[in-house]
Design a protein around this ligand. Structure first.
Ligand SMILES: [Zn+2]
Length: 332
């Protein structure tokens, strides 16, 4: 089937699911659905703006989703999920948050406490470098504000048709180069932007970029509902860099979080779902007993006791359709 037909079929399915739920027929989808899913959230804001980040939802939406899931799913902590504490008659679900936004503490934790629902939070070690923003967020927010070509490390970057920065000579995306680079390059990149394009100057945007401080991480971790985990040190794609660098990334983030939180960190979520078998084994050796991918990449992953897949949510779909996807376990 060609892409256009697939799209039409998907749209029809979304409409059909909305119809089922709106007419009280969605319940049949929920009955006798054992199994498990780990869901990934990112940011929560006050108004549900997707202008800056398409993966953000409002606190009110999050409240409604948690209330709904509390009624229809069996919501468990990451530890309980790994221990196999699944319900027999309904879907068992663990909630996770990636990227370490301060908005997680501000808007998500109160909702989790209201409904007494556990969640795991995966954060980087970026604060330890003196930065208060993750570089992918910096790029997303700063690029539209940029009025002239950007020179990083002697290379000139210009915006392509989609507004993304690409190297003038090789047409390589700056974002892709940064994903495979070390901290020095990332620092050069951040410093190359002029002040008028620096999103950190815009405090009204703070909910969309500000990373939790050490004190905020401690405040979040103090909740008995919360599990803290590593999301690498700099949000680097661990499967795309040399293994020694990946080891450094994982170890540095583990050390940072263990120092800040005074507890051992045994859960790891791969940034962008990127890993290799070597990354998995290296992470296991340093004590990461819970390793979260997006999709499995290798046949042996299925039987690996440390590995689990996760499902990202897409707020542009209606909640009914997101539920249908959660039940199905994939977008395909
Ligand atoms: Zn991430």
């Amino acid at each position: 089937m060609n892409a256009r037909l697939l799209k039409i079929r998907q749209r029809l399915r979304w409409k059909y699911n909305d119809f089922l739920f709106q007419n009280g027929m969605g319940k049949h989808l929920l009955r006798n659905r054992p199994g498990g899913r780990i869901l990934v959230y990112h940011g929560i804001d006050q108004h549900g703006s997707r202008e800056f980040n398409t993966r953000f939802i409002s606190q009110q939406e999050f409240d409604q989703q948690v209330a709904w899931m509390k009624t229809h799913f069996h919501l468990v902590s990451l530890d309980a999920y790994y221990a196999g504490a699944f319900a027999k008659d309904r879907l068992t679900v663990a909630l996770t948050f990636d990227d370490g936004y301060a908005n997680n503490l501000k808007y998500a934790l109160p909702v989790l406490e209201k409904y007494e629902v556990p969640a795991a939070f995966f954060v980087t070690g970026i604060r330890h470098t003196g930065q208060n923003i993750l570089w992918p967020d910096f790029l997303d927010l700063a690029t539209p504000l940029l009025q002239r070509p950007l020179v990083v490390d002697g290379e000139t970057f210009v915006k392509d048709k989609r507004g993304e920065l690409v190297a003038r000579s090789s047409r390589k995306k700056l974002k892709h180069l940064a994903k495979e680079s070390d901290y020095l390059f990332i620092l050069k990149m951040l410093n190359a932007f002029p002040m008028e394009a620096d999103p950190r100057e815009k405090t009204e945007w703070e909910d969309y970029w500000r990373q939790m401080t050490a004190a905020e991480l401690r405040e979040l971790a103090a909740s008995p509902l919360v599990t803290m985990g590593s999301h690498s040190f700099l949000h680097t794609s661990l499967g795309e860099i040399p293994i020694d660098n990946a080891r450094e990334e994982m170890l540095a983030s583990k050390n940072y979080l263990e120092t800040v939180l005074s507890k051992s960190i045994t859960a790891l979520a791969f940034p962008d779902g990127s890993y290799t078998r070597e990354v998995v084994e290296t992470a296991r050796e340093m004590g990461f007993e819970q390793q979260l991918a997006v999709d499995f990449k290798y046949p042996e992953d299925q039987k690996d006791p440390a590995l689990r897949t996760r499902l990202g949510l897409h707020p542009f779909l209606s909640w009914n359709n997101q539920v249908a996807i959660i039940l199905k376990g994939s977008y395909y």
